[in-house]
Design a binder for this molecule. Structure first.
Ligand code: SF4
Length: 443
């Protein structure tokens, strides 16, 4: 009697690095239960879509993607699972209105996936569909004991904490990923050693609010130093922090440990105190500027990047100009600039009207993008004529005759490979001869 081949799963990941990291956990747990994975959606018995709920844009992308899957499911048996923040946030909508979806699983419920998938495949074989949901949020789940099944490459993501307690009024994360909980330092360090043993050269520590990490007497400064001491690891990064959690010990660790990258992503969100108050960000523009000044005094070469939301509820022209002035004053190295997009169930959606017209939001984004592009170009030009160390990642996107890598400050560098030895994961030094707002060019 021939044995039935194991079910093949295809997983597609949208959104942030936390989702990338979660997909690696999902792969690991499913492989342990005998599932196999295929990069080819057409051959899969199960398609899992790991989703993001942070902006309207992300939702629309995922809905468009689900309609593509409808075509596939009409042709042959297929189990479709929606994972992640959108599954958690739009559970009723997806469960009732998307007949295509067989499984919904939120970020704290992935241990239930093997059981849910086996059940869905079984019932499908028997000729009927039975939906399966796992959407409980947990105060404890950190996937302790699950070693991620990582994509090969130069960088390994390591999640150090999950969830968020900050409840910024615009943000859906506390509702989709639950309360903050940190993993034990032993578990994080075991993963770091495992990543080094498998040839990864860079570790990025992840958390929704990564620098609020706390486990017994370990804080984030102590943890990042210990990870950076891992033998075989050349660079350690972290994302995403909150400005309220930057004690001097953390700034000192970044300044003094040679393996910790001199790059801080410091989300500003807005430059007006009234808007920061409505956003419940817990700092004022003055606090933020004082932090930037302190960081730059201790780490003069620091690369600072940020996130900004334009057109939050009731933001006036003058308040937008406060943000504009902050951007000019801080001189970020780069910035992610977005239109405010109301998210269901958030404090802002319940308390405030999303009353800035879309046209005004769009024009504020364009204004700020233009200003930031000029600043980024000026800041990138400072590297011209300087030698920079680059961690080689692979071929440049546009040409396989060019190499691509990142500076310690996370700025992209490309160069002609020529006859030089070229090995992803090595650190090379290049002299910068040209700079655009997106890239440095080395020789
Ligand atoms: S810190 Fe604020 S923006 Fe960041 S995940 Fe938590 S609630 Fe969302």
């Amino acid at each position: 009697m021939t044995q039935k081949p194991p079910p093949q799963v295809h997983i597609e990941t949208f959104g942030c690095q936390m989702n990338e990291s979660d997909s690696e956990l999902v792969r690991s747990m499913l492989k342990q239960e005998g599932f196999t994975f295929t990069p080819d959606r057409e051959r899969a018995d199960v398609v899992l879509v790991n989703t993001c709920a942070i902006r309207e844009n992300a939702h629309n992308k995922i809905y468009a993607h689900l309609s593509e899957l409808k075509g596939l499911k009409n042709q042959r048996p297929l189990v479709v699972g929606v994972l992640g923040c959108m599954a958690q946030n739009l559970k009723n909508e997806l469960a009732d209105k998307e007949p295509l979806v067989d499984i919904l699983a939120g970020p704290d419920a992935y241990r239930q996936l093997p059981r849910l998938l086996s059940r869905a495949l079984e019932t499908q074989e028997q000729g009927f569909d039975q939906k399966g949901f796992a959407l409980d949020l947990s105060e404890y789940e950190t996937y302790e004991g699950v070693l991620p099944d990582r994509d090969s490459g130069v960088n390994a993501w390591i999640t150090v904490m999950r969830g968020c307690d900050n409840f910024c009024s615009f943000c859906v994360v506390p509702y989709t990923r639950g309360r903050e909980r940190s993993r034990s330092p032993e578990a994080v360090l075991t993963e770091a050693r495992d990543a080094a043993a498998r040839g990864f050269k860079q570790i990025t520590l992840l958390g929704q609010n990564v620098n609020s990490y706390r486990h017994e007497d370990w804080d984030f400064a102590k943890l990042i130093r210990a990870v950076a001491d891992t033998s075989g690891i050349d660079r350690v990064r972290f994302t995403s922090p909150h400005p309220k959690d930057f004690p001097p010990a953390l700034i000192d660790a970044i300044a003094t440990h040679p393996t910790i990258c001199k790059h801080i992503h410091l989300p500003l969100q807005a430059g007006s105190d009234r808007i920061l108050g409505l956003m419940e960000r817990t700092y004022t523009a003055k606090d933020y500027l004082a932090l930037v000044e302190h960081i730059r005094a201790v780490i003069p070469e620091i690369v600072l990047t940020t996130d900004i939301i334009c057109g939050f509820c009731s933001e006036s022209d003058e308040e937008f100009h406060d943000t504009r002035r902050m951007v000019e004053q801080v001189q970020f190295d780069s910035a992610y600039i977005f239109k405010y997009s109301e998210r269901k169930n958030t404090i802002a959606a319940r308390k405030f009207a999303d009353d800035v017209p879309d046209r005004v939001k769009g024009s504020r984004v364009s204004t700020l993008v233009e200003i930031q592009r000029r600043i980024t170009l000026e800041r990138n030009r400072r590297y011209i004529g300087r030698d920079v160390e680059i961690l080689v990642e692979g071929d440049a996107t546009r040409s396989s005759t060019q190499g691509m890598g990142k500076t310690d400050g996370n700025i992209t560098v490309v160069w002609d490979k020529g006859a030089d030895p070229f090995e992803p994961g090595t650190v090379v030094t290049k002299r910068i001869f040209e700079a655009s707002a997106a890239t440095l060019y080395g020789e």
